[in-house]
Each structure stands twice: as structure tokens, then as C-alpha cells.
Design a protein around this ligand. Structure first.
Ligand code: GCU
Length: 668
């Protein structure tokens, strides 16, 4: 027996404190849903299920309040003067003995219902409750890198949730649970398939399958999107070209989009990876990203859909710095995109490394809405074997100051549209979900899905708040065990960085992106090798991106350049991102580069033992099955942290020619 993790943060376990339970029962006589729509129906159903769990009562759903007291009341107040964003907001208030959830939209009522349940699951009082919340970003979505054959690119929690071969006839009940989990966080969009897209998703056969999933999502206010293969007009449509300026190609896409909307009236739009890592795109025909995106945007003109165009591009020039590529390709196109287009940018300039500086694109395209792409799945963070709580990674980027309009021009303000007045704003997370019973493989990885969702709604929440909330909802309501788990989570990212890529080392290696192979120097392209990134040589280590090196730093504002220009003043976590530093260089810590590296690699690996201790200290508050699952994974993490440490030390030693400092145990 034990908790299999399937219910995520929607467990609704009985409230043990009797007076608290009595208090909640005071508001559990009825649920009034005068709106009676699909979406408010989902809200009512969720509340029924939850109250059944929390206070053990089956609560009837009624149409009208009719003078009743002691219930939960939905109140829809459409208001066309509100911006789309504000319309999704909600207010929860106690009014004459009832808990009223008010919003301008059905979706807002659903979000309010989930917020109310969060409030109760964290044991808060309902007397005089007054909670108000409005999302800061309009398109809050997951990107699934799922393939039609059921595999998931960079997925570590089993296979795809979408059972294409059973669709459209059979609807796996799990689709609804997936939608509930997302809606509970305010996520309102999902891209079902991989950005390395199969053209097959544009076929009639698949559109009908997608429509069956979209029908489930719709009940939870989630719109369905698809990734598209840019050359589909040729490979699927039988045309001789996919040139975006060719009228036949344009007509093909317009007809395709129309066909999709006939099946999926609330279809969200397309996500496009073009001219990136071998994918086709407009540049194949001498056209620009804007030409390609605008052609697709034109097809969406009759509908309320958008085109999300990814900025993840880099050239093959061996002398170039991949760091600079996206900026060079996209900044000249600023202002040339159709208003239906959002350009989606990864948080860092390279590729989801454990720590990257923020992408210099943020702030530098004032005339083009830029969306954020975070990676929830742990491609470079130890897959489902290592515990890494990602909220601090997301926050670090969102809080970074671009200085484009003076101090305080944070990335968050670019993303939420407040800096440049974008109305279409977006935050996307590359999903970590899969067919594993507990959805994410590592039980603690559920917190990363949760944190992404919560931050996409409100980027001002702190990592601490989110962790605390998630722990109470998911693992334990006992304060002491909770505190140990929170401590573990909050330090986990720094610990990972210490044993994996300390001081700004970087290493997107080949193959599956898991094993340490810093020596890997042969790949199909120079920038598909590890040595390209860390630049170890007999003199030192790190990538010089100052004016003496690649000059990438010049893509940032002077105030940012100042932070990172001088190796003497560069904060240590970013040092090797911007400088080639001599092995014997004394750092701010008083140690030489070599000694500091060794120190961090060893401390990081040893800190996994501390994580194990925290987990053990939390044991009394935990379900046995979840305790054992994480305890086992922490053992793997400990073993692999040592593996990372030793791989780096032994490899870098061939350049530094120095011993491991005294006091640190030598590699075995
Ligand atoms: C990374 C990842 C790929 C993915 C790509 C992308 O390079 O390893 O699997 O396709 O990013 O974001 O497009």
C-alpha cells in the first residue's frame, strides 16, 4: 500500500484538526452553480470531490442560492471593459455566510475554485476570507515534446500520455486528470507534440485525434496547440515547395488551419521550430523567420489563434559563439512580425544549462512580444534521478535586470508585457510529465511542474512560498518534516550546480545529455562537443565572451556588461561563462581557480549526503512509499554526484597538472 503519487497536489486528504474540519463544514452545505457551463461544471465537480475528501461530506450542486447560507456560490460577472488577462482573475469572499467565487469568466471561476481548495488544504480560515488574484501572463502553457510513436524527447517519466493509436474513440481518463492538475495552477494551454514535429499531426487522421483530446481540455479552460513541421506543404500536401511566399503554400496552410478549426473551434495555435537543428524553415527558401511566421499568422486571421515562433537557433560556424546566434538572427527582425506572433525564447542563450545568464534577447525586441520558454523536464538536471527544485532557476531569470529601460527592467517585466506594452504575453514550460504512475518519475519533480504553473500565473511568488505550499498539498502537513523537505528543495539547485557545473562551467554534451564526458571533442558540429563550451587548456578554463573574446557580452546593456566584464568583479556563479581564467588565479574566496573548482565539486557531492539526512529527518511525516522512492533516488544521486565530481577533476587535472587540494579525498 501507500501513496503512489498519482493524485499529485490534488489529494484532498481528510482534515485531521476537528475544529478546522467543523469550520470547513460550515461552508459545505451546497455548491451553487447558476452558470451551469462545461467549465463551471468542472469547478463544481472538483469541489464536490475535494469536500468529500477533506470533510467527508457529499455536497449537492444546486442552480440557485435561493436565500441559502453555508455554501459555495459561483458568481459570473462578465465585464467587457476588462483586458483578457483581468477577465481570468477571480475573487473569493465571504458574503452573508457563503463563500462567493466571482469572476468575469468561467475560467476565472474554475481558478477561484482551485484557489479556494488550496486555501483549505493549507489549513487556512474561511471566516472573512478575501482573496483576489489576476494572472500576470496571458498564455500559460506546457510544451510536450511527445512523438506520435509514444516516445518523449527528453522525457524521463515513461512514455507519452497521449495514446494516439486509441484515439479518437477511446478517451483515457488520465487526460482529464492531466487537465485538472494544469487548471489547478492556472495553465490554460498545452502543445501536445514535439517541436521536432512530425508532419503527421497535420493529417486528417491526427486532427480528429487531437480534437478528442481538445474536448477534454476545453472543460478545464485549456486550449490545445500543435507544433508544426514547416515543410508539411511539401511532404504532406504534395506541393513542390514550402516557400512561405508562394501563394499555393499560403493557401495550403490557410485551408489546413480552417480544417483544424472545423474540428477544434477553440484551437490555440501553432508552435514552430524552424531552421534550427536541421528542422526545415523559411531560410531554406531565402526567406526570414518573420516571413515564415507571418504566413502562418495570416492563416489564423479568421480565428482567435496565435503563432508561437521559437528563437532557439544557432549557426554552424565553428569560429562563432553559439551564445550570440539567436540575438543576431532575431533582433534585426524586431517589429516585422504579425501581431498574432509571439517569439518564444529559452531563458538562457545556450540551452537549459543548470545555470545560465539570461538570454540577451530579453529587452532587445521591444516591437515583438517575447514569450519565456523554461524547461521543466530535467534534461541537464539529472533526469528523474536527481532532486533539483527548479523554482530558483526560473526566478533567477525572471528577476534578472536587463536595464533596457533603466534599473528595474527585469526579464519578468519583459515577459508580462509591462515593459514594452505587449498584450500577448506567454510563459511556456517544457513538460516533465509521462505515463509513470506518479506522472514525473521523481516524486519531487512534481514540484517543478507545480512551480512552473504557479509562476506562470504570478511570477512574484517566491520559491519558498511555492515549495511550502506544494509540500503541504502533496507530502505532509506536519511543520517539522515539512521544514526539512523545504530546506532540501531550496538548496538542491545550488548543490547540483556545485557537483555538475560549478563557477559557470558549461557543457551541453552529446547523446542523451546525462553522463559526464567533458573530454568529448568529436561531434557532427564543433558546437556539439563538450570542449567547445568549457574551453579547458593548459592556461586555464572558461569561455571568454568579453571584447577580447567572442564579444557576446556586448549584446547586453552597459550596466549588465559592467557586472560581467571584469573577471575580478564577476560573480563567481557566472565567472566561466564570460572569462577564460588561469588555473592559479586567486578568486574572491581566497582560493585559486583550481582549488575552488575542486572545493565546489567535492562540497557539492558531499551535500547530497546532507540532502539524504534532511529526507530522513522528514520520514515521520511522510508516506512510506514516497519516503522509500525518494530515499532510493537520493542514493543514485549520491553515486552519480561522485561520478560527476571525479570525471571533472580527473579530466581537468590533465590541463591544470595540479593535485586535488589537501583535505579533499582523491578520486577513486
Ligand atoms: C535541446 C534538446 C533537443 C531539443 C532542442 C530544442 O537541444 O536537447 O532535444 O529538440 O533543445 O529545444 O529544440
Amino acid at each position: 500500500g501507500g501513496d503512489d503519487g498519482y493524485r499529485l497536489w490534488l489529494k484532498y486528504e481528510p482534515v485531521k484538526d476537528l475544529s478546522r474540519k467543523a469550520h470547513y463544514l460550515k461552508y459545505s452545505s451546497f455548491i451553487s452553480d447558476a452558470v451551469h457551463s462545461e467549465i463551471t461544471g468542472s469547478a463544481a465537480k472538483e469541489l464536490q470531490m475535494a469536500l468529500n475528501g477533506l470533510v467527508g461530506k457529499s455536497v449537492p450542486v444546486v442552480a440557485k442560492v435561493a436565500g441559502r447560507r453555508g455554501g459555495i456560490v459561483f458568481s459570473l460577472g462578465p465585464d467587457s471593459t476588462l483586458m483578457p488577462l483581468q477577465q481570468e482573475g477571480y475573487q473569493i469572499r465571504e458574503v452573508s455566510g457563503n463563500i462567493v467565487i466571482r469572476s468575469a469568466t468561467e475560467g476565472g471561476i474554475l481558478y477561484g475554485a482551485f484557489a479556494l481548495l488550496r486555501h483549505m488544504q493549507t489549513g487556512q480560515s474561511l471566516s472573512g476570507v478575501n482573496v483576489k488574484s489576476t494572472p500576470k501572463v496571458r498564455y500559460r502553457m506546457l510544451n510536450h515534446w511527445d512523438n506520435p510513436d509514444g516516445t518523449i524527447e527528453r522525457g524521463y517519466a515513461g512514455s507519452s500520455l497521449w495514446k494516439w493509436y486509441e484515439l479518437p474513440e477511446r478517451i483515457d481518463p488520465r487526460y482529464e486528470d492531466y487537465a485538472r492538475a494544469n487548471a489547478s495552477l492556472g495553465i490554460n494551454g498545452t502543445v501536445l507534440n514535439n517541436v521536432n514535429a512530425s508532419a503527421r499531426f497535420m493529417s486528417r487522421e491526427y486532427i480528429v485525434k487531437v480534437a478528442a483530446i481538445a474536448a477534454v481540455m476545453r472543460r478545464y479552460g485549456i486550449r490545445t496547440y500543435l507544433s508544426v513541421y514547416f515543410a508539411a506543404p511539401k511532404t504532406l500536401g504534395g506541393l513542390t515547395t514550402s516557400d512561405p511566399l508562394d501563394p499555393k503554400v499560403r493557401a495550403w496552410w490557410s485551408e489546413k488551419v480552417a480544417e483544424i478549426y472545423r474540428e477544434i473551434p477553440d484551437f490555440g495555435g501553432f508552435l514552430v521550430k524552424a531552421n534550427s537543428e536541421g528542422e526545415p524553415g523559411p531560410q531554406d527558401y531565402g526567406r526570414t523567420h518573420a516571413d515564415g511566421a507571418n504566413m502562418l499568422a495570416e492563416a489564423f486571421k479568421p480565428y482567435d489563434g496565435i503563432v508561437i515562433w521559437r528563437a532557439f537557433v544557432y549557426k554552424a560556424d565553428p569560429n562563432a559563439d553559439r551564445f550570440k546566434a539567436a540575438y543576431e538572427e532575431f533582433v534585426p527582425l524586431d517589429g516585422k512580425f504579425d501581431p498574432r506572433v509571439i517569439v518564444q525564447v529559452k531563458n538562457g542563450p545556450i540551452d537549459f544549462q543548470p545555470r545560465e545568464p539570461f538570454s540577451p534577447l530579453f529587452g532587445n525586441m521591444p516591437g515583438t512580444p517575447l514569450g519565456m520558454e523554461f524547461q521543466i523536464t530535467q534534461e541537464y538536471l539529472g533526469f528523474a534521478a536527481h532532486a533539483v527544485y527548479e523554482a530558483p532557476i526560473f526566478k533567477e531569470c525572471l528577476d534578472a535586470d536587463t536595464y533596457v529601460k533603466g534599473q528595474g527592467s527585469t526579464v519578468a517585466k519583459v515577459i508580462d508585457g509591462s515593459l514594452h506594452g505587449y498584450t500577448r504575453t506567454l510563459m511556456a514550460g517544457v513538460a516533465n510529465t509521462g505515463s509513470d504512475r506518479n506522472w514525473t518519475g521523481h516524486p519531487l519533480a512534481q514540484a517543478n511542474w507545480y512551480a512552473f504553473g504557479r509562476l506562470s500565473w504570478d511570477h512574484q511568488l517566491t520559491s519558498e512560498q511555492i515549495a511550502n505550499e506544494w509540500i503541504q498539498l502533496t507530502l505532509t502537513r506536519q511543520p517539522k518534516p515539512g521544514a526539512h523537505i523545504q530546506a532540501l528543495m531550496l538548496r538542491s539547485r545550488e548543490i547540483y550546480v556545485d557537483y555538475n557545473t560549478p563557477l559557470g562551467l558549461s557543457r551541453p554534451w552529446m547523446g542523451v545529455h546525462f553522463a559526464p564526458e567533458p573530454w568529448q571533442s568529436r561531434g557532427a558540429r564543433p558546437d556539439w562537443t563538450a570542449t567547445y563550451y568549457h574551453r579547458a587548456d593548459s592556461a586555464g578554463l572558461g569561455f571568454d565572451r568579453t571584447a577580447n573574446g567572442s564579444g557576446a557580452l556586448a549584446q547586453y546593456r552597459p550596466q549588465v556588461q559592467q557586472q560581467w566584464n571584469d573577471p575580478e568583479n564577476t560573480a563567481l556563479p557566472y565567472l566561466l561563462w564570460f572569462h577564460h581564467v588561469g588555473w592559479d588565479k586567486k578568486l574572491g574566496t581566497g582560493r585559486t581557480l583550481w582549488d575552488e573548482l575542486c572545493h565546489r565539486l567535492y562540497t557539492g557531492a558531499d551535500s547530497v549526503v546532507w540532502m539524504q539526512q534532511q529526507w530522513d529527518l522528514a520520514r515521520t511525516g511522510l508516506d512510506n512509499r514516497i519516503y522509500a522512492d525518494v530515499a532510493g533516488r537520493l542514493k543514485v544521486q549520491r553515486r552519480e554526484a561522485i561520478w560527476w565530481r571525479d570525471a571533472w577533476v580527473l579530466y581537468l587535472q590533465t590541463f591544470s597538472k595540479q593535485p586535488v587540494p589537501k583535505g579533499l579525498e582523491p578520486p577513486r
